[in-house]
Design a protein around this ligand. Structure first.
Ligand code: NAD
Ligand code: WQD
Length: 341
């Protein structure tokens, strides 16, 4: 019998791509999502790509009774918990919403795992837990720094909650994946990132500018201590990131975890500046991106990229897709959304 994985937040950007890779790897999937930041058409896209009528439950993970009914209805031994609110700026304005949604949902998931005998949890963490590291690239041993936003704080607290919970209940295992900057879309262009309103992240803003929806991309700062002055990040392809989840689930299902709680950097190991990314996009697509340099964005860090040695060796996972291909996939998705030929 196939192993089944519960994917919370499975209608979202990373959850939808991960569901595709789980199905390709031979898992069954059940999706839970309250569609607070996604649309059902993402589930339809995943069903089209996979040819599988993946069960979808419109449930809020904050509603423990409803979530418990999902645990009763399906038989699964692993959960990938994506469901969370993720806008850094909004979290500063509405901290309680972020603490309630992100921590309340996780606690419900863990309590249900404990009470209903579900063993494995993969959790969406973030490189935001490292803040601005003193030494680059960051390894998993790089100390976390005090969070600079309620959102970032929910990721740190969530990691701690999982660590403490699996220590107290030895039937449970957890893996936190610390994502760097996920970008791009599925090669089919049937699923991709669906930001609501004006995008805050660089790549959706760039593709919307290229599509003519936005007049000009603002480059936030060219006076950083980097080779071209613009800030540096580690942009990880969404399908590569999705595969890392499959590998993490495999590891737990096959009993290969080395401790009850593990955490891994999921990046490429390569730092790319904002200006380099724009140039790579233009090369990959042949489309010019109207942009101008403006002042730094409050709260931004200067540079970060991952040391992926540990993930490469321990998980046997490595980012593969070329940056240009990833950017071309983001553009193909944007064109499809806007009906551009
Ligand atoms: P997303 O908003 O596209 O996906 C999250 C999904 O969870 C959405 O479909 C939303 O409707 C759903 N959701 C939110 N709260 C819910 C709840 N209480 N119950 C049920 N469903 C709920 O975001 P994403 O980019 O796919 O991010 C997925 C996870 O990865 C999040 O935990 C996010 O914090 C984390 N993460 C994202 C990034 C990034 O840059 N995208 C980086 C690091 C970590
Ligand atoms: C990337 C670079 C900007 C927009 C955020 C969260 C982080 C994580 C990933 C969840 C930066 C620059 C951006 C624009 C620009 N999410 N930029 N013009 O800030 O690295 O990380 O998403 O965990 O927690 O903080 O990603 O895509 O917003 O920015 O110049 O219009 O692009 O200054 O250098 P960021 P981003």
């Amino acid at each position: 019998m196939k192993e089944c994985v519960l994917v919370t937040g499975g209608a979202g950007y990373i959850g939808s791509h991960t569901t595709v890779e789980l199905i390709a790897a031979g898992y069954d999937v059940v999706i839970v999502d309250n569609l607070s930041n996604s649309e059902f058409k993402a589930v339809e896209g995943v069903r089209t790509i996979t040819g599988v009528d993946i069960p979808f439950e419109q449930v809020d993970c904050g509603d423990k009774e409803a979530l418990g009914r999902v645990f009763d209805r399906y038989k699964f031994n692993s959960i990938i918990h994506f469901a969370a609110s993720k806008a850094v700026g909004e979290s500063v304005e509405k901290p309680l919403l972020y603490y309630r949604n992100n921590l309340g949902s996780l606690i419900n998931v863990l309590e249900l795992m404990r009470d209903k005998g579900v063993r494995n949890l993969v959790f969406s963490s973030s490189c935001t837990v490292y803040g601005q590291p003193e030494v680059l690239p960051v390894t998993e041993q790089t100390p976390r720094q005090p969070a600079t936003s309620p959102y970032g704080n929910t990721k740190q607290i969530s990691e701690d909650i999982i660590r403490d919970t699996v220590a107290a209940y030895p039937a449970l295992y957890g893996i936190a994946l610390r994502y760097f900057n996920p970008i791009g879309a599925h090669p089919s262009a049937l699923i991709g990132e669906l930001p609501k309103g004006v995008p805050g992240n660089l790549v959706p803003y760039m593709t919307q500018t290229a599509a003519g929806l936005r007049e000009c991309l603002s480059v936030f700062g060219d006076d950083y201590n980097t080779p071209d002055g613009s800030a540096i990040r580690d942009y990880i392809d969404i399908t590569d990131l999705a595969r890392a989840h499959v590998v993490a689930v495999d590891r737990m299902v096959q009993g290969k975890s080395k401790s009850h709680y593990e955490f891994f950097n999921v990046g490429t190991g390569r730092g790319v500046s904002v200006l380099e990314l724009i140039a790579a996009f233009e090369r990959a697509t042949g489309v010019k991106v109207n942009h101008r340099i403006v002042g730094r964005r409050a709260g931004d860090i200067e540079k970060i990229w991952a040391d992926t040695t540990f993930a490469n060796q321990e998980l046997g996972w490595k980012a593969q897709r070329k940056l240009e291909d990833t950017l071309a996939s983001a553009w193909a998705w944007e064109k499809k959304l806007r009906g551009i030929q």
